[in-house]
Write a protein that binds this ligand. Sequence first.
Ligand code: ADP
Ligand code: ZN
Length: 433
Amino acid sequence: MIYNAEYECMDPEARRKLQLASLKNLAETLYANVPFYRQKMDGMGICSRDVHSLEDIEKLPFTTKDDLRINYPRGLLACPKDRIVEVHMSSGTTGKPVVDEYTQKDINIWREAMARTLSAAGCTRDDIVQNCYGYGLFTGGPGAHYGALTIGAEVLPMSSGNTPRQLMVMQDFGSTMLTCTPSYALYMAEEAVEAGIDLRKLPVCKGCFGAEPWSENMRKEIESRYGMKAYDIYGLTEIIGPGVAFECEAQQGLHINEDLFYPEIIDPETGKTLGDGEKGELVLTTLTKEGTPLLRYRTRDITYLIREPCTCGRTMVRMHRIFGRTDDMLIIRGVNVFPSQIEQALIEIEGTEPQYLIVVNRGENRLDEVELQVEVKKEFFTDETKGLEALRAKIQSVMASKLQISLKVKLVEPKTIERSMGKSKRVIDNRKI
Ligand code: ADP
Ligand code: ZN
């Protein structure tokens, strides 16, 4: 379902005009109100009057995660402080958290973006949305909450965790839609089996999953365990939270809400702009935000843009599902590989659970050694070592043939890899310690 046809199906030329007007306005506001941007633009000898076309965005400076950290907590505020009504932050596991401050207008933009997102997955005012993204400073819970309310659906603000209660509510209230991270969806499905609950018999029939990379095979896994249709949604705290991009029923990439967030793809090494269809780092500019708008924010997420029209009727550009983050990319003996590619290959191998952990060690001869720990399905985990050895060898050869990587495979017992209620950690890199 299309929530806002006027904008989602807008004539692309008309949209470009709108984007350009917003971009000019943004450059002017940032120059006038944010010393950080003024210094950067002065340093490059550029001002907002130099923006004549959308392509001129390339003259404007990038913003990086480090820039956000240096300006923590409020250095990037672009409007008077008393106009801020809500604040969110990322988890900040790798340093100072990054902050997003919202004016009432920004909250309205978020509501609109998430209403489009949930509608595309079929959410209507008749739905009961069980929202198990975390609530709090994390944007996931509040974002999905705002979107569902805007549509007029009923929200169960569960937050993540307390899985027995999640399952109880799902049954007793007849939730029709689920919103959480893909790894938590899978974990709940596992717990449901333990509790003797058949999820496929419950009313829950659709879900929006995101906040971490996941594979096409993981989607199939979730869809079959719940008997539902699973949609990929994408966003990040710095830009607004969830609601940046979403899948429609065609599920051929994620539509970017490009009247609100302007996308570019660059070569992460050189910073040069790449063309449609070329894989690189996604760069986003918030076109209409007031609190902490960002110019050309380098997301570190790898994807490419798809400009061809989509069968759903939306004219908004699509991005391929995220391959991974530049900082999560593993280079194993010179071959670049993302955890999601390993996941995709792994799930096709019968006998394994979609639970894995990648451990990177510096080996004796200073070559990196990668161990892939994979959980074996209960019925496969017998005392018979021959079967397990065959499975191990099979995984190793699939990784070698499909991904051209050689790694050590270690099979572990069911339920031994730590489950996540939010984003799961797939890589342990011991080289950094
Ligand atoms: P943190 O940096 O603490 O993880 P966020 O919660 O803002 O903070 O996470 C945003 C990041 O999560 C994105 O930059 C991206 O790497 C990842 N992400 C979000 N949604 C998806 C998705 N659908 N697929 C892949 N990765 C995603
Ligand atoms: Zn579409």
